[in-house]
Design a protein around this ligand. Structure first.
Ligand code: NAD
Ligand code: IPM
Ligand code: MN
Length: 368
């Protein structure tokens, strides 16, 4: 049997609810495939603040760094919203991404046939959408300096952030995006604001330069405002999208809704090929404080993130496929959490959805 150390970071709000489901699914799919998991649960975000006074304790980061893969739920909540920057749950998540050097964030948005009705878009627009947002994750305005609060020449208080990208940062994310597009339908759309921002002008120039290494991939460029519009006008035009940290944050939430719910979208965050550190896997949604503690959360984004962990993080594609098949099977049988519910389906909570996925993992074993 293969054995892996997985750091589980449940975090806040619905984080612990969805992580508990994903953990059980990993255990069962792993057992069937002869994979053993050693889980280490560590605090991050608001949970860590309450326990230790910081949003990413050193013990949590080093446990994560030493493991084979990291699965995170979500962080944040009203309680900590007014904290100073360095004491925000969100700062802990950014420190984790930086500490794990996971600069490439893959966010697939796929409209499953079972969920076409859950999309807010018309059936003919949503049907068949299958796109991948490749989001730069450890640079740009999230990390750029100078940043902070100070005063301007008029003595007025200002908040300051800087959008900054170096050539090496652009080149490496561009290569991940071209490689990704090559394995998909061979189309890459680079989204920027090169009509206004210098960081985007350099971005576009470097993406064009890297394109010479990938003559088989068809490259286009689009301004981010147009991309936001095109995503709801005709999302099927997109295969792979590559973009900076903040545009990728926004566009992936938008793309999630095409698929029916943000509760469906997983993600994988990866480092350099030569880097042996673990990948970070997390749903793209947040801690959903409005439904936390009510057993209403859709756990499928986290379950599918666990599948990405197996596939991209551990190279265990068979176990990943087992989980994906179980999710499809559960949807086929009509089980829906509230966010993807439509008439005629069976409304279930987070726990029950988890139990049904487990049954489906079992059933699919019997079927194969
Ligand atoms: P959110 O994603 O938490 O919630 C937005 C809306 O989507 C809410 O109505 C919520 O109920 C719903 N939703 C989200 N996930 C769902 C799921 N799995 N099932 C059903 N419904 C779901 O975004 P927000 O409200 O802007 O942020 C809440 C907190 O989460 C903030 O503190 C924010 O900073 C944090 N956040 C964390 C992450 C992360 O941990 N990666 C991501 C985004 C936001
Ligand atoms: C996400 C979240 C985070 C981000 C926040 C919570 C720091 O919105 O993972 O999409 O902006 O990257
Ligand atoms: Mn986001």
């Amino acid at each position: 049997t293969r054995s892996y150390a997985i750091t589980l970071l449940p975090g806040d709000g619905i984080g612990p609810e969805v992580i508990s489901v994903a953990k059980n699914v990993l255990l069962l799919a792993g057992a069937i495939e002869g994979i053993e998991f050693n889980f280490h649960e560590m605090p991050v975000g608001g949970a860590a603040l309450d326990l230790t006074g910081v949003p990413l304790p050193g013990e949590t980061l080093s446990a994560a760094q030493q493991s084979d893969a990291v699965l995170l739920g979500a962080i944040g909540g009203y309680k900590w919203d007014n904290n100073e920057k360095h004491l925000k749950p969100e700062t802990g998540l950014l420190q984790l991404r930086e500490g794990l050097k996971v600069f490439a964030n893959l966010r697939p948005a796929t409209v499953l046939p079972q969920l076409v009705d859950a999309s807010t878009l018309k059936k003919e627009v949503a049907e068949g959408v299958d796109l991948m947002v490749v989001r730069e994750l450890t640079g740009g305005i999230y990390f750029g300096k100078p940043r902070g609060f100070s005063t301007n020449q008029n003595g007025e208080e200002i908040g300051l952030n800087t959008e900054v990208y170096s050539i090496s940062e652009i080149d490496r994310i561009a290569r991940v995006a071209f490689e990704t597009a090559r394995k998909r339908r061979g189309k890459l759309c680079s989204v920027d604001k090169a009509n206004v921002l210098e960081a985007s002008m350099l971005w576009r120039k470097r993406v064009m330069a890297i394109a010479l290494e990938y003559p088989d991939v068809e490259l286009t460029h689009m301004y981010v405002d147009n991309a936001a519009m095109q995503l709801v006008r005709n999302p099927k035009q997109f295969d792979t999208i590559v973009t900076n940290n903040i545009f990728g944050d926004i566009l992936s939430d938008e793309a999630s809704m095409i698929t029916g719910s943000i509760g469906m979208l997983p993600s994988a965050s990866l480092g350099e090929k030569a880097w042996t550190g673990p990948g970070l896997f997390e749903p793209i949604h947040g801690s959903a404080p409005d439904i936390a503690g009510q057993d209403k959360a859709n756990p499928l984004a986290t379950v599918l993130s666990a599948a990405m962990l197996l596939k991209y993080g551990l190279g265990e594609a068979d176990a990943a496929e087992r989980i994906e098949a179980a999710v499809l099977h559960t949807l086929d049988r009509g089980f829906r959490t509230g966010d993807i519910y439509s008439d005629g389906n069976k409304l279930v909570g987070c726990k029950e959805m988890g139990e049904e996925v487990l049954k489906a993992v079992d059933l699919n074993v019997a079927a194969t």
